[in-house]
Design a protein around this ligand. Structure first.
Ligand code: PLP
Length: 366
């Protein structure tokens, strides 16, 4: 049996350190916004090279809070990609703003930067790029457009912890970077967790107030905020894993490179593209194939998991379909038809990759 992600093996490698830290929290009985959250925020900020990192309850909340702190309001438009997890667009909708979907680049699966300007209207307030599957967006071009039009930039880094664009970490280019620590993420905790990064002192201050019931001082509330805090138990786990995240990402990259070496040149299989300006951290290893159904069936029969990230682009989702009826985004629609994600995690062995590739190969060419 080969799963999409193997959290059990990873846990065994760090078990003692985690259990010791968790026990200490249980004994200290300081569970919310305590010393581990504070230390993790500092360690994460140092690792990423950003002034502030603010923990919160999930990646979805990170996006919601960051958009709110950036001043996004009802009636505003936020340009984003249709080929992402629903949370990217949900966060925009929570504020009464409208997601404006721009098609994706067929190679990187990230938002097609060349189509962004045509989507800007007088209501556009922000761009929300997603570093999908761990592949960094071309942030130089995106920031240039945002600056020229006076738009905010909120990066969705849920899948890109440790990814770099021209030597700089994702989540450090825009007004804010939003991370998810969902267990299967490149840096994951043992439940829900998230974080927002920013260079701005003002934004950081707003975010701290927003995540904690609009409160700077206990029982004094200046605005309507949220209950969205990272807890101490999750912070212990994240501190333990942060020390190893480079090795985890290297393991993912090595696995991806081995897959691509074995799968490239096969008819009917397009391995994922890796841009030369960044460090791709392969949250997913997602190829394109017209033979997806047959490959998935055979993988399943061989006890190998596979998944479709994502089968339906957001403008075609039931929740949005009425609002985007006439919208055609052909690249995202075509990619959604052919994308197939194979198992990838730092501990995936060469033998396992070999086994998976042998099944996939049977369908090369149809
Ligand atoms: C691209 C993207 N954005 C946002 C999220 C939301 O993160 P969370 O599940 O922590 O709320 C996820 C992951 O689940 C994601 O993959």
């Amino acid at each position: 049996m080969i799963p999409m992600v193997d959290l059990k093996t990873q846990y065994q490698q760090i078990r003692l350190e985690i259990e010791e830290g968790l026990l200490r929290v249980l004994e200290d009985a300081h569970f919310i916004l305590g010393p581990n959250v504070q230390a993790f925020e500092q360690e994460a900020a140092d690792y990423l090279g950003v002034r502030h990192a603010i923990g919160c309850a999930s990646g979805t909340d990170a996006l919601h809070l960051a958009l709110a702190a950036a001043g996004i309001e009802a009636g505003d438009e936020v340009i984003t990609t249709p080929f992402t997890f629903i949370a990217t667009a949900e966060a925009i909708c929570y504020l009464g703003a409208r997601p404006v979907f721009v098609d994706i680049d067929p190679q990187t699966f990230n938002i097609d930067i060349t189509q962004i300007e045509a989507a800007i209207t007088r209501r556009t307030k922000a761009i929300l790029p997603v570093h999908l599957f761990g592949q960094p967006v071309d942030m130089d071009s995106l920031m240039e457009i945002a600056e020229r039009h006076g738009l905010k930039v909120i990066e969705d880094c849920a899948q890109s912890f440790g990814a770099q664009y021209r030597g700089r970490q994702t989540g450090t280019f825009g007004d804010a970077g939003c991370f998810s620590f969902f267990p299967s993420k490149n840096l994951g905790c043992f439940g829900d967790g998230g974080m927002i990064t920013t260079h701005s002192d003002e934004m950081a201050e707003k975010l701290k107030v927003l995540r904690n019931h609009g409160s700077r001082q206990r029982y004094h509330h200046s605005i309507i905020g949220y209950n969205s805090r990272l807890d101490e138990l999750q912070a212990v786990i994240l501190r333990t894993k942060l020390k190893r995240v480079d090795a985890y990402n290297q393991g993912r990259r090595a696995a991806a490179h081995l897959y691509s070496e074995k799968l490239s040149g096969l008819p009917g299989i397009v391995p994922p593209h890796e841009g030369s300006t960044g460090l791709h951290v392969y949250h997913q290893y997602t190829l394109l194939t017209p033979n997806r159904k047959a490959i998935m069936r055979d993988l399943d029969e061989a006890g190998i998991s596979s998944a479709i990230y994502y089968p339906i682009p957001l403008h075609r989702q039931e929740v949005f379909a009425d609002h985007y009826r006439g919208l055609s985004l052909p690249v995202s629609e075509a990619v959604a038809e052919q994308c197939l994600s194979l198992p990838i995690y730092p501990e995936l062995s060469s033998e396992q990759i070999h086994t998976i590739v042998e099944v996939v190969k049977c369908h090369a060419g149809g």
